[in-house]
Design a protein around this ligand. Structure first.
Ligand SMILES: Cc1ncc(COP(=O)(O)O)c(C=O)c1O
Length: 377
């Protein structure tokens, strides 16, 4: 069911990821797989119908998301809780500007780089909480969050599940965060774009995905089918907010301040949330086998690499400090492999990379081989 793209197909389908000729790309978060057939059919049909007008206010988006949330996470979210938006990052900006109290914003680091940018763009001060790269536990430092709230911060940007750490926050941890947010009247904006991408657990006690709003009714979730279903260009995302007053505030945002969604994005998302469970199950199995292959390849070629358990996403966070190279991604590029540099996610952090394993086994071998050759020098 998961069809690997050939190099030529991938270059046509994912032009940013594959833009550099002669380089095997493992950087930006896109998968070298064809989309699910129902999505392709719906988009082709929509274009043939000429459905390229301004997007309507779709109730189907929230209703199909609610169905997905119930089937996959046992979460009953009201169908009218979703407000369409163009992208997750733009949706976070809207959440910050329209729904969050003034004041500094807590960002756990490492983070997906636009988390820092969105705080800056919205004119807020950032309060980073850095993870010690030697810590085994990737959970939130709740004592640091409490200090930040006590010091005046009133918003926290949460990545659930976490890019780049591949970590799935536990329900108790999220409930403790919610309690802190209530104590300080702060709001948590949860980016849940990777929610559908929780992989089969590595041990029986492995985590499942907890939607943040299931533990904090004042939370704001921003999500999209675009990551799990590999269609970021369609620009259909959604804010999920439980309070009708919050939705009313979003509804009256003036057009230049909006982050308008695309009709095609809504069509594709509705199909993804409603009709693609089998494809998603096959994808998650495939990613789990790539995860095993990566572990084998690193064991064989880079035994000094330290990885965190990849509980979710297809983005492995790899600590290569043992090899004494500050910028392993830069070194790997000279060997024909493009990885995402760790310092983009945690400024000043040397010796880390983020590796995108959503590709063919053969390419993954070339990626690890290129990295190993770069670090051997
Ligand atoms: C955590 C996270 N949030 C948001 C995005 C991007 O979402 P969008 O393109 O909808 O802004 C990504 C893309 O990789 C991501 O990993």
């Amino acid at each position: 069911m998961i069809r690997d793209l050939t190099d030529d197909e991938a270059r046509a389908a994912l032009p940013l990821k594959w833009e550099a000729a002669g380089v095997v790309p493992a950087w930006v978060a896109e998968m070298d797989f064809a989309q699910a057939e129902p999505i392709t059919e719906a988009l082709v049909d929509a274009v043939r119908r000429g459905a390229l007008g301004y997007p309507p206010h779709s109730e189907e988006l929230g209703a199909t998301f609610a169905g997905f949330a119930r089937r996959h996470w046992g979460w009953d979210v009201p169908a009218d809780a979703s407000v369409a938006t163009g992208g997750v990052v733009g949706g976070m900006r809207l959440a910050l500007e329209v729904l969050c109290p003034p004041g500094p914003v807590v960002v756990p680091v490492p983070c997906y780089p636009p988390f820092r940018d969105v705080v800056e763009v919205s004119g807020r001060e950032i309060v980073p909480i850095e993870l010690d790269p030697d810590a085994d536990d990737a959970s939130l430092d709740l004592a640091a969050v409490s200090r930040a709230f006590a010091g005046g911060a009133r918003t926290l940007l949460l990545c659930n599940p976490h890019n780049p750490l591949g970590y799935v926050p536990r329900r108790e941890e999220l409930a403790a965060l919610a309690a802190l947010a209530h104590e300080y009247d702060a709001r948590v904006v949860a980016d849940e774009i990777h929610g559908p991408l929780v992989l089969p657990p590595l041990d029986p006690a492995g985590p499942t995905f907890t939607p943040y709003l299931s533990v904090d009714e004042r939370g704001i979730a921003v999500t999209s089918a675009s990551k799990a279903f590999n269609m970021p260009a369609t620009h259909g995302a959604q804010l999920v907010v439980l309070d009708p007053a919050d939705r009313a505030r979003l509804d009256v945002v003036p057009i230049p301040a909006q982050n308008t969604w695309s009709s095609l994005g809504v069509i594709a998302s509705v199909v993804a949330w409603r009709d693609c469970d089998d494809w998603l199950a096959a994808l998650v199995d495939r990613l789990a086998s790539q995860r095993s292959l990566l572990a084998e390849l690193l064991d064989a070629r880079l035994p000094g690499a330290r990885t965190r358990p990849l509980e979710a996403t297809y983005l492995a966070w790899i600590d290569l400090r043992k090899y004494g190279v500050d910028d392993p991604a830069g070194a790997a590029l000279a060997h024909g492999v493009r990885l995402a540099p760790g310092q983009d996610y945690q400024p000043g952090l040397a010796g880390h990379v983020r590796l995108n394993l959503a590709t063919s086994p053969e390419r993954l071998e070339r990626i690890v081989g290129g990295l190993a050759a770069a670090l051997a020098q």
